[in-house]
Ligand binder design. Structure first.
Ligand code: 1PZ
Length: 215
C-alpha cells in the first residue's frame, strides 16, 4: 500500500539528511545530524530485535539532543559549533570526570560521533566487498577499529554477539531499499565522502576544544 511504501526505510533518505548537515561555512546543523541518526535507528530496528540494546542507547542520546534543540536555549543548539561554544562558555560540560552535567550535549553527541566513524568504516567495507563477503566480519572489523576502543568488555562482548545475527550481504543490501546491489554500491560511493566530511569536521571540533575524551 501507499502507506507501507512511505514508512519503508530507505538508505537514500538517511543520506539525503546527512547532505543537509553542512552549512556553507562547514558548520554542522544539529537538527539534520539528529535526523540522520533517527533514520539509522529505524534501519537498525528493521534488522531485528537483537539490535534493540544498541538502538535503545542511540534513541536515548537522540532524545537528549532533541530536548536541547526544543528547549529554552534551543537557539544555542543550531549547530555543533554553537552548541560547543555555549556549553563550554556556560560551564555546562563535565570535562574530566562525571559531575553535575552527565548529559551535556557535547558528551552525548560525542558518543554518536564515534559511532559515525564505525558506520563510515562499515559501509566502506560493504561497498568494496565481494559477493561472498560476510557482513558480520565487516561489522566486527569496523567496530574493533573504532568504537570498541571506547567500550568496556561486556559491551564489546554483547556487540560481538549481535553482529553474528546480521543478515548476509545480499539481504543486507536489499533492506537498504535502494535497488539492485549495483545501485546500492553506487549510492554508497556517493554517500560515503559526505559522511566522512561530517565526521572529519566534527572530529576536528572536538580535538580543537580538547573534548575527545569527555567522560
Ligand atoms: C548493523 C549493526 C549495528 C551495529 C552497531 C555497532 C555499534 C555497536 C555499539 C554497541 C552499543 C551498545 C549500547 C550502549 C552503549 C553505550 O555505553 C555507549 C557509550 O555511551 P555512554 O554509556 O557513555 O552514555 N554508547 C555508544 O557508544 C553509542 C552507540 C550508538 C550505536 C548506534 C549504531 C547505529 C547503527 C546504524 C546501523 C546502520
Amino acid at each position: 500500500s501507499v502507506v507501507a511504501e512511505d514508512q519503508k526505510f530507505s538508505l537514500k533518505e538517511v543520506l539525503d539528511t546527512f547532505k543537509l548537515c553542512l552549512t556553507e561555512n562547514k558548520e554542522v546543523y544539529l537538527e539534520h545530524y539528529v535526523a540522520g541518526w533517527r533514520g539509522l535507528v529505524k534501519f537498525l530496528n528493521s534488522l531485528g530485535s537483537v539490535f534493540g540494546f544498541i538502538s535503545k542507547d542511540a534513541v536515548n542520546k537522540i532524545k537528549i539532543l532533541v530536548g536541547y534543540l526544543e528547549g529554552d536555549n534551543g537557539s544555542q543548539y543550531v549547530t555543533i559549533q554553537s552548541m560547543m561554544k555555549y556549553e563550554l562558555d556556560s560551564g555546562l560540560v563535565d570535562l574530566t570526570k562525571r559531575g553535575n552535567h552527565p548529559e551535556s550535549g557535547c558528551r552525548t553527541l560525542l558518543r554518536l560521533h564515534r559511532a559515525l566513524r564505525w558506520l563510515e568504516l562499515f559501509l566502506e567495507r560493504l561497498r568494496t566487498s565481494s559477493e561472498d563477503g560476510k557482513t558480520s566480519v565487516m561489522c566486527a572489523d569496523a567496530y574493533n577499529e573504532s568504537l570498541a576502543q571506547h567500550h568496556p568488555w561486556v559491551i564489546r562482548k554483547a556487540a560481538g554477539m549481535a553482529f553474528c545475527m546480521l543478515p548476509g550481504r545480499l539481504a543486507f543490501l536489499e533492506v537498504m531499499n535502494v535497488g539492485t546491489p549495483e545501485q546500492v554500491v553506487a549510492m554508497l560511493g556517493e554517500a560515503l565522502p559526505l559522511i566522512s566530511e561530517v565526521y572529519q569536521i566534527t572530529e576536528e571540533l572536538y580535538a580543537q576544544n580538547n573534548m575527545l575524551d569527555l567522560p
